[in-house]
Design a protein. Structure first.
Length: 253
C-alpha cells in the first residue's frame, strides 16, 4: 500500500481544526455512529490497566505512587475524558494540543482527577525528559504523518517525555486485514466523510484531507515497526471493529 500522506503542512492542519472546532465532536458521532467513544473507552482501559511484566518492581511502584499522564493532540478532550473517568483521584492529566480553538473546548472539571490544558506541538513538546507514566494519542497520528521522518521524530518526542518503564497508547484508524472489509471501509470513507463533514461543518478541505489520510495510513504491523524504529519495546496492537481502528501499546525501557 502507498503510505504517502496527502501533502499538507502542520500550519494548514492547525487551520483545518480551527475551522471545524465547534462541530468536531458531533461530526465524529455522526460518522462513526457513536463508535468513536467506545474505541476511546477501550483504548483508555488498555492504556491504564496494561503492565508489561506482572509482579515486577515497576508494577508495584506505579500502583503505590500517583501517576502523571499526557494526552497529546487532545483536541476537544474526548480521549482525555475517557482517561479521567478511569483515573485515580491523585492522577494528574495534561492535555496538549497546538490548536487553541480545539483545546479551549476541553472541559477540565469533569472526572475526579486534575486535568491541565497545555498549548504545544508534538514535534517540540514543552516538557522535560522522563516525566510522564503514560502518553496517549487518539485519532491524530495521521496528522503527525506529514512525512515518515516527521512521524518518527514525533514518536521520538513521545519516548523522550516518558519515564523509563512508561507506556504509549496510540489509537488510530487502521487497515482491515481482510481485503473485502478494507474495500468496504475505504468505500464508506470515500462516500461519507468528505460530504458529511462538508454538510455539517461547511468546510470542504479538512474532510477531504481526513478521508484521504484514513485511506493511505499504515496497516497495524507497519505502524508497530515504526514504533520499534523510534526505540519503543514490547509493541503490541489490538484491532477493533474489523480492523478499521487499532490501539497500539508501546513501552519505554
Ligand atoms: C482528529 S483531532 C483528535 C482529537 C482527540 N484526540 C480526539 O480523540 O477526538 C486531531 C487533533 O490533533 C491536533 N494536532 C495535530 N497536529 C498536532 C501537533 N503537531 N501538535 C499538537 N497537536 C496537533 C489538532 O489540532 C487536533 O485537535
Amino acid at each position: 500500500m502507498n503510505n504517502e500522506p496527502f501533502s499538507v503542512s502542520s500550519h494548514t492542519i492547525r487551520q483545518f481544526f480551527s475551522d471545524i472546532s465547534s462541530t468536531y465532536d458531533w461530526i465524529n458521532v455522526l460518522m462513526t455512529g457513536g463508535l468513536d467513544s467506545y474505541w476511546r473507552k477501550r483504548a483508555a482501559r488498555l492504556a491504564i490497566t496494561s503492565r508489561v511484566s506482572k509482579g515486577s518492581a515497576e508494577q508495584k511502584t506505579s500502583r503505590r505512587n500517583s501517576e502523571k499522564w499526557l494526552d497529546i493532540c487532545a483536541g476537544t478532550g474526548q480521549m482525555t475524558l475517557s482517561l479521567a473517568r478511569r483515573a485515580r483521584a491523585d492522577t494528574i492529566i495534561v492535555a496538549m494540543d497546538f490548536c487553541s480553538p480545539m483545546i479551549r473546548l476541553l472541559n477540565t472539571t469533569s472526572g475526579k482527577c486534575s486535568i491541565h490544558r497545555c498549548l504545544g506541538d508534538v514535534g517540540i513538546m514543552p516538557f522535560p525528559d522522563d516525566c510522564f507514566d503514560l502518553v496517549t494519542i487518539a485519532f491524530a497520528t495521521r496528522n503527525l504523518h506529514t512525512n515518515r521522518e516527521k512521524l518518527l521524530h514525533c514518536f521520538g518526542e513521545v519516548k523522550r517525555v516518558l519515564k523509563p518503564g512508561g507506556r504509549f497508547m496510540n489509537l488510530e484508524t487502521s487497515q482491515p486485514s481482510s481485503s473485502l472489509v478494507r474495500k468496504l471501509f475505504h468505500g464508506f470513507i470515500g462516500m461519507t466523510v468528505h460530504f458529511l463533514g462538508m454538510a455539517v461543518s461547511g468546510s470542504s478541505s479538512p474532510y477531504q484531507y481526513l478521508a484521504s489520510s484514513i485511506q493511505t495510513f499504515y496497516p497495524p504491523a507497519e505502524l508497530s515497526n515504526l514504533l520499534v524504529e523510534a526505540g519503543f519495546k514490547n509493541v503490541s496492537f489490538f484491532p477493533m471493529t474489523g480492523g478499521s481502528v487499532a490501539a497500539h501499546l508501546a513501552w519505554k525501557r
